[in-house]
Design a protein around this ligand. Structure first.
Ligand SMILES: NC(=O)c1ccc[n+]([C@@H]2O[C@H](COP(=O)([O-])OP(=O)(O)OC[C@H]3O[C@@H](n4cnc5c(N)ncnc54)[C@H](O)[C@@H]3O)[C@@H](O)[C@H]2O)c1
Length: 340
């Protein structure tokens, strides 16, 4: 098996998950890290035993590099994806794939011309509880789905925003709570619910108004294509990062995600279905534990020249579309319809 050489662009909070996943993926080697912070990048590359580049465009000229992981601020995703695809690399990008749907259109055009494929990191889809939820819904275990409700309360305070200056600004982060933290929840809701047809939302910046120009709280009422209703509430103003609470209510029972454990509730009986095992040491619990599986599936897809198991551009764009619709609905104070 030919070794596939990877480079990681951006050596911040999330990059350690990618380093660890690469270590645990057979036939893949970390060849380079890239960061504008030279001291940090040099120190990390020495520790990893790989090359260091300060300029990602120089790294893209390294013909030995097959795949590029993009772990940078959101405003850099689109230009880095375009450059990496143009250089013939395989690309695995952290969520969100872009800042908005206009950027998605540009990426789609570039992807059509590219030889490499683009995968986007929605690792929570691979949590054991998420996979079990999807399977139970496909098997019609709770009958027709009536509602899908999600409640996400995390904590992001001033030091989090002070640590990385790109966060908290529309121009560089594209939003905050919705596009950065709750996008995983929106992705799961649409992935499980089969698409959202319309929504009405309220977006607010409550506690962090002196710190960020973006939002820290949002709620939405949704309609799914299958006829189910949805309720979504998310806030970064909790005092800790609480596990996502998800309730899927069907005609013949309910599926409940509590404390990273999935329960099937029927006629008052609660049966444990699946639990997300403790994440490895490099991942924060609230990030889920799917990075290793997501990155392995990406390299499997690259090797087999398929897109199997990978969240591709169109799929990744669905949650971004929801984020945009939530902002728009809140601004207009109206229901917003999403295209099929
Ligand atoms: N999948 C998840 O659960 C998850 C969790 C956390 C973060 N993320 C995503 O990962 C990405 C990075 O977030 P983070 O929290 O690690 O950010 P961060 O601020 O901690 O790190 C960003 C890094 O990128 C570097 N950088 C900035 N400009 C660069 C450039 N031009 N070239 C090379 N390096 C550059 C910075 O110096 C920094 O080291 C974001 O897209 C974020 O949404 C995903």
């Amino acid at each position: 098996m030919k070794t596939l050489n990877a480079a990681i662009i951006g050596c911040g909070a999330i990059h350690t998950c990618h380093v660890e996943a690469l270590r645990q993926t057979p036939g893949v080697a970390l060849r380079a890290v890239v960061d504008v912070d030279k001291d940090k990048g040099l120190a990390l590359s020495a520790g990893y035993g790989c090359h260091f580049y300060q300029d990602y465009r120089e790294m893209l000229c390294d013909v030995a590099i097959d795949a590029v992981h993009i772990c940078t601020p959101h405003y850099l995703h689109k230009p880095m994806i375009l450059a990496a695809l143009a250089a013939g690399k395989q690309v695995f990008c952290e969520k969100p794939v872009a800042m908005n749907m206009a950027e998605v259109t540009e990426i789609r055009e570039a992807e059509i011309q590219a030889s490499g494929q683009l995968g986007v990191c929605y690792q929570n889809r691979l949590n054991p509880t998420s996979l079990a939820l999807r399977q139970l819904l496909e098997e019609n275990t709770i009958g027709r789905v009536l509602s899908i409700n999600a409640f996400l309360t995390w904590s992001r305070t001033e030091p989090y925003y002070a640590h990385s200056a790109w966060r908290g600004h529309y121009a560089t982060e594209g939003g905050s709570l919705l596009i950065n933290q709750a996008i995983h929840t929106l992705d799961l809701m649409q992935w499980l619910g089969g698409g959202v047809t319309r929504l009405k939302a309220v977006v607010d910046c409550a506690r962090l108004a002196d710190t960020i120009e973006t939002e820290d709280t949002a709620m939405a009422t949704l309609d799914f294509s299958g006829g189910a209703r949805g309720l979504f509430f998310a806030s970064n103003n909790h005092t800790q990062d609480a596990p996502l609470q998800l309730d899927i209510h069907g005609e013949n029972g309910e599926l409940q995600l509590r404390n990273n454990t999935l329960w099937h509730v029927d006629d008052g009986k609660r049966v444990e279905i699946a639990s997300d095992e403790a994440p490895y040491g490099h991942s924060k619990r609230y990030w889920g534990n799917g990075h290793i599986n997501a990155i392995r599936q990406f390299y499997d897809a690259v090797r087999s020249d398929s897109h199997s198991g990978v969240t591709g551009l169109n799929d990744a764009a669905k949650s971004l579309h929801l984020v945009e619709a939530i902002y728009r609905s809140s601004q207009l104070r109206q229901w917003v319809t999403l295209p099929e």
